[in-house]
Design a protein around this ligand. Structure first.
Ligand SMILES: [Zn+2]
Length: 327
């Protein structure tokens, strides 16, 4: 059995998956708002609760069930617990950085949770959990290398190859959102300011708020992305032009990822992944920017939706790995 926990700013969700990835139990609780120690205690309680629930529902032992799993033997807990967080661990300090759940910042969440749970814990950022979930149980099943794209309030990404997150030496692999938009036109210089302190980041051009801001710059009207898409659908040329500019920028940016990583599949997540035209036009728009005479990489919608974070967390410990501590 695998246990994954998705720690969000307002809710914390846990899932227990069986040996074939089937869902045995799922629980969701509010994230405590009275400090870090409560968050750690809350996760420990949630893990205990879901193990009890999943253990009670464990399937009878059959030929496909591994040793140690089934009633009477105990729930057969896997090597460790996976936790997805909206942030990452600093390789320098081992402590949480870049988290929008600010209560986590500066804490060694993996070590503190491992101590509270008495077993190894692996913490991974939510974009990597998204990519891993879609690779193992969603739209990317069967693809060797998957690039999971988050296009929402921010632009992020995660890389999974052969069923494992490629985290990187500095734990930033896949973070393409704070590269600068390439192949700039004169009107795109210097580009919008980004919260990271740079200007013209891909995120500052291609996120949902960036799409709205671009539309506002062009038209003076502030609309959210679904409203812009609806206007374009209804024949509004200004809204269509906004979507076209966004598509072109996204194509330039994502072509850079393809030139570097050349994934077998690209899966889109986040709010803008609901923009249907991306699945019909993005690949074609990228073609001229990809350094190849053929470009046939599938660009597909996610299949797991909001569940990707918790399911990805549950897959953070591959089958062949055994207890020995997180990284
Ligand atoms: Zn930036």
């Amino acid at each position: 059995m695998r246990i994954g926990v998705d720690l969000g700013g307002t809710k914390t969700e846990a899932v227990a998956l069986g040996p074939a990835g089937e869902e045995l139990a799922r629980l969701r609780v509010p994230t405590p708002d009275d400090g870090y120690d409560s968050v750690v205690r809350g996760i420990a309680d949630l893990v205990a609760a879901i193990e009890a629930q999943a253990g009670a529902q464990a399937p009878a032992i059959g030929p496909s069930i591994g040793p140690g799993i089934g009633p009477g033997i105990g729930p057969g807990i896997g090597p460790g617990i996976g936790i997805g967080i909206p942030g990452s661990l600093s390789p320098a300090t081992g402590r949480v950085r870049n988290a929008n759940s600010t209560v986590l910042i500066g804490h060694a969440l993996d070590r503190d949770l491992a101590a509270a749970l008495g077993r190894p814990v692996r913490v991974e950022n939510d974009a990597n959990c998204f990519a891993l979930a879609e690779a193992m149980a969603g739209a990317g099943q069967g693809a060797e290398t998957v690039f999971g794209v988050i296009l929402g309030t921010g632009v992020g990404g995660g890389i999974v190859t052969a069923g494992r997150v490629l985290a990187g030496r500095n734990l930033i692999a896949g973070e393409w959102g704070h590269n600068r938009l390439p192949a700039l036109s004169a009107g795109e210089i210097p580009g919008p300011a980004c919260y990271c302190g740079r200007t013209g980041c891909i995120e500052a051009w291609c996120s949902g708020p960036a799409l709205s801001a671009d539309h506002a710059r062009a038209t003076g009207e502030t609309l959210d992305p679904p409203a812009i898409a609806a206007r374009a659908e209804a024949g509004d040329p200004a809204a269509q032009a906004t979507l076209d500019r966004h598509l072109d920028r996204l194509a330039r940016a994502l072509a850079g990822v393809v030139n570097l990583l050349d994934p077998d599949l690209i899966v889109l997540g986040g709010g803008l992944s609901n923009l249907d035209h991306l699945y019909h036009r993005l690949a074609e728009a990228m073609r001229g920017h990809v350094f190849s005479d053929v470009f046939e990489t599938p660009i597909v919608a996610n299949r797991l939706g909001d569940s990707a974070g918790v399911i990805g967390a549950a897959w953070l410990w591959p089958d062949e790995e055994h207890a020995g501590g997180g990284r």
